[in-house]
Design a protein around this ligand. Sequence first.
Ligand code: IMP
Length: 178
Amino acid sequence: MNKDIDKVLFTNEEIVKRCEELGAQITADYQGKQAPLLVALLRGSVPFLAELIKHIDLDIEYDFMDVTSYQGTQSLGDIKILKDLDTSIIGRPILLVEDIVDTGRTIDSVKELLKNKGASEVKVVTLLDKPSRRAVEVRPDYVGFSVANEFVVGFGMDYNQKYRCLPFVGVLKAECYR
Ligand code: IMP
């Protein structure tokens, strides 16, 4: 385990197992419907996207957007588009892939944006959900795990760009924030 991690919340095995379950549920829900375009938000959702797509048995495609303006442990309200989609989404169902939903502002804004661009439907799948931190009324359609109000890192999630490559999700030691 990384020396900066206080405790592991979800092991790699637990995450993979949950991705299998989410993949099966998504596969069943879109049966007989147009397969979704997965839109992954850079950079945190990349490991989750990579695991999840192995378990979705549909004719899916994926693309990336970069919208976050997250600094340290404070979630900023306004989002900036740093990288837009390369794919046309007019009339297509979208499944937005997030690493963690915290205040909900990011997915709320991006959902709105994608609907305005002509998506026929926008659903959200997130590895982690922190419902106690919600500032806007938005609920992800698929949630890997709910977490308490703790700052987590690993499996894509960072603190100042560090710890993204850890294969598990954990809580940082308090001294690492100072
Ligand atoms: P929201 O807009 O407040 O929901 O923030 C969502 C984004 O904030 C996520 O995609 C993460 O990049 C970041 N974030 C929120 N909570 C955490 C955390 O505990 N660890 C790492 N990143 C986080």
